[in-house]
Design a protein around this ligand. Structure first.
Ligand SMILES: [Zn+2]
Length: 210
């Protein structure tokens, strides 16, 4: 597969194209920003390679440990991490579970220390309202995340295909005869060698004469 650096480059170079198409289709700065941001986030931090020790994983900094159980469960380049839509959906669910656990933990502390009030009903109403009022924004977010993941998967796939073809090509080539590689001698060396050869010849002649 391509290196992390190549994946980063592909994400960064394709970003203007994604943003251009998004703006061309929606004519909305907000949607373009959300989609491009999600695309960038997905390409650099939230992509399929979170299933192994990668740049994407390292970018989570102190919070990267949350991806360790994911790496242990999902095999690298399996359909669960690199598959179309399923990879992003599973990562989103996984992240949501962690955010809920951490959220509940901090909420528990806040309730205990500052007596902060919390109602599931109100929270659920807010989520529902956001989903219905900002449906396009949510779709742009999900689309951006999926596009970022797919640009990764496509470059993984084309790299593997190219490598496979190269291997096949090398296999089809006739076996090479043992090449004789001779070091080129520099002029100086040849000159240095000649007297020695001459000496040898002289010695041979001498021995024949005697
Ligand atoms: Zn990958």
């Amino acid at each position: 597969m391509p290196s992390g650096q190549t994946h980063d480059r592909i994400t960064l170079w394709s970003l203007p194209v994604v943003a251009g198409i998004a703006f061309g289709q929606t004519q909305s700065g907000n949607i373009t920003l959300i989609l491009s941001g999600a695309y960038l986030f997905s390409g650099l931090m939230f992509g399929p390679d979170l299933d192994l020790y990668s740049r994407q994983y390292q970018r989570w900094g102190y919070a990267r440990w949350i991806w360790i159980p994911y790496q242990k469960t999902v095999k690298h380049r399996s359909i669960l991490s690199h598959g179309f839509a399923i990879g992003t959906i599973l990562r989103l669910i996984y992240l949501a579970i962690w955010l809920s656990i951490l959220g509940l933990f901090f909420l528990g502390i806040a309730q205990f220390v500052w007596n902060v009030g919390w109602h599931w009903q109100t929270w659920w109403e807010t989520v529902k309202r956001s989903l219905t009022h900002h449906t396009t924004e949510w779709i742009a977010l999900c689309l951006g995340l999926e596009l970022g993941a797919m640009s990764h998967v496509i470059s993984d796939w084309s790299h593997s295909t190219y490598k496979r073809q190269q291997k096949q090509k090398n296999r089809n080539l006739p076996p090479q005869r043992g090449k004789i590689v001779r070091k080129k001698e520099t002029g100086d060396r040849r000159e240095l060698r000649e007297p020695r050869e001459l000496r040898k010849l002289r010695e041979q002649r001498k021995s024949r004469k005697s």
